[in-house]
Write a protein of this length. Structure first.
Length: 112
């Protein structure tokens, strides 16, 4: 069974229990100029929750992703020019032949 379906079912059960416990609890809701008496508590909480979700929608869909994805050369031209980094673990020493290929160092001549 998918986890989302299980979580949704648990959420609905908790919601029904909350509503059932608070059926008799009522409160007055004041909207600056108008006051609504005897509003069930669960209605006021559900409306506040729904308004919070509606207010957050632009912030969730309008945001660009900040995750870093692996470098794909076809998408990132800079990544295609990078040379792969040398691994430090398991790297062998420079062979002797490579040392001979280096440029000679000029040394001063001693005139004694």
């Amino acid at each position: 069974m998918p986890w989302r379906l299980i979580l949704f079912a648990v959420f609905l059960v908790l919601l029904v229990v909350f509503v059932g416990v608070n059926l008799d609890n009522k409160c007055a809701v004041s909207l600056i100029f108008v006051t609504y008496p005897d509003v069930p508590v669960y209605i006021s909480i559900l409306i506040a929750f729904a308004l919070g979700m509606l207010i957050m929608i632009p912030f969730t869909f309008g945001r660009r992703s900040s995750r870093s994805y692996p470098d794909y050369p076809e998408r990132n031209p800079i990544a295609s020019t990078k040379k792969p980094a040398a691994r430090k673990t398991g790297a062998a020493k420079k062979p002797a032949a490579a040392e001979e290929d280096e440029q000679p160092v000029a040394r001063p001549i001693n005139d004694d």
